[in-house]
Design a protein around this ligand. Structure first.
Ligand code: NAD
Length: 253
C-alpha cells in the first residue's frame, strides 16, 4: 500500500529545538506517523511531551544548550542511554538576530553561525558515524529558509547560515547517498512562530511580506508536516540533497 511508505513505525527520530514552533510540530507529527521521538532543547519540553503523548506517541528529552562547545558529545551520550538506534535526525534548532550589516557584532555573527550552520554539520556527522553509516540507512532533514535563496533584510548572519544549510545538505547527500542515507532540507516560508514575532509586530514589514505570499497568509507548523513525514519516510528513498520549499508560493513570485 502506498500509504505504508509514509509510516514511521519502529523508527526513532531526534529533533532539535523541540520545545516550540516547527520543532514541536515535527515531534507531534512524527509521533502520529508512528516514530518514537527524542526532543533536544535548552529546557524541559513538557508541553511537547504532553502533546506527543496525547497523540499516542512516546517522547523522551535531552536538555542541552546546543550553542555550548561540547553540545554534540552531550547529545550523542544521551542518545546512547535513551535508545538503541536513531533513524531520523531533524536539524531544526535555529536562531535569528535582526540587525543591519553595519552593526553586526562578531559575537552575534558567531552565535548564529555556530548554531544554524556548524552544529548542523557536526551533529549530522556524529549521527552518521554512530548510527546511519554503520546501518547503511538514515534520514537527515535540515531546516533551511527562504534566506537559503535570498539575502533578506537586516539578517546577514542568518542568510549566510541558511545558505550554508542548503550547501551542507547537498554536500552530505553526495557522500552519503551511496550508503542509503537521505540528506534533504525543508525551506519554510514565512511561518507564524517565535522566529518571526518581531517581523509580524513590524506592521510595515508584515504587510509587505503578506502581500507577496501568493497563498495570502503566514504558514503554520502544520503546513510543514507533510514535507517532514515525506522526507523522514521511505516515500522519499530516491530524493537526495534537495531543499523542498514550503512557502505558500513565495519563491514562485
Ligand atoms: P522558534 O524560535 O520557535 O524555534 C527555534 C528553536 O530552536 C526553539 O525550540 C529553541 O528553543 C531552539 N534553540 C535555539 N537556540 C538553541 C540552543 N542554543 N540550544 C538548543 N535549542 C535552541 O522558531 P521556529 O520558526 O520554530 O524555528 C525552527 C527552525 O525553522 C529554525 O531553524 C528557523 O531558522 C527555521 N525557519 C523558521 C521560519 C519561520 O518563518 N518561522 C522560516 C524559515 C526557517
Amino acid at each position: 500500500m502506498i500509504l505504508d511508505l509514509f509510516r514511521l513505525n519502529g523508527k526513532t527520530a531526534v529533533i532539535t529545538g523541540a520545545n516550540t514552533g516547527l520543532g514541536q510540530g515535527f515531534c507531534i507529527a512524527f509521533a502520529e506517523a508512528g516514530a518514537d521521538v527524542i526532543g533536544v532543547a535548552r529546557r524541559s519540553m513538557q508541553e511537547t511531551k504532553e502533546k506527543v503523548e496525547k497523540a499516542g506517541g512516546n517522547f523522551q528529552e535531552i536538555i542541552v544548550d546546543l550553542s555550548q562547545p561540547n553540545a554534540v558529545e552531550l547529545v550523542m551520550e544521551n542518545c546512547n542511554s535513551l535508545c538503541q538506534n536513531v533513524d531520523i535526525l531533524v536539524n531544526n534548532a535555529g536562531i535569528i538576530k535582526r540587525e543591519e550589516a553595519k552593526d553586526v557584532t562578531a559575537e552575534n555573527w558567531d552565535m548564529v553561525i555556530n548554531l544554524n550552520e556548524r552544529l548542523v554539520f557536526f551533529l549530522s556527522q556524529a549521527m552518521a558515524n554512530r548510527y546511519f553509516l554503520p546501518n547503511k540507512s538514515g534520514k537527515i532533514i535540515n531546516i533551511a529558509s527562504m534566506l537559503s535563496y535570498q539575502g533578506g533584510i537586516r539578517v546577514p548572519a542568518y542568510a549566510a547560515s541558511k545558505s550554508a544549510v542548503m550547501g551542507i545538505t547537498k554536500a552530505l547527500a553526495n557522500e552519503w547517498a551511496p550508503f542509503g542515507i537521505n540528506v534533504n532540507a525543508i525551506a519554510p516560508g514565512y511561518m507564524a512562530t517565535n522566529n518571526t514575532t518581531n517581523l509580524r509586530n513590524d506592521t510595515q514589514r508584515s504587510e509587505a511580506i503578506l502581500d507577496r505570499i501568493p497563498a495570502g497568509r503566514w504558514g503554520t507548523p502544520n503546513d510543514i508536516m507533510g514535507a517532514g513525514i515525506y522526507l523522514a519516510s521511505e516515500a522519499s528513498a530516491y530524493v537526495n540533497g534537495f531543499t523542498l520549499a514550503v512557502d505558500g508560493g513565495w519563491l514562485a513570485r
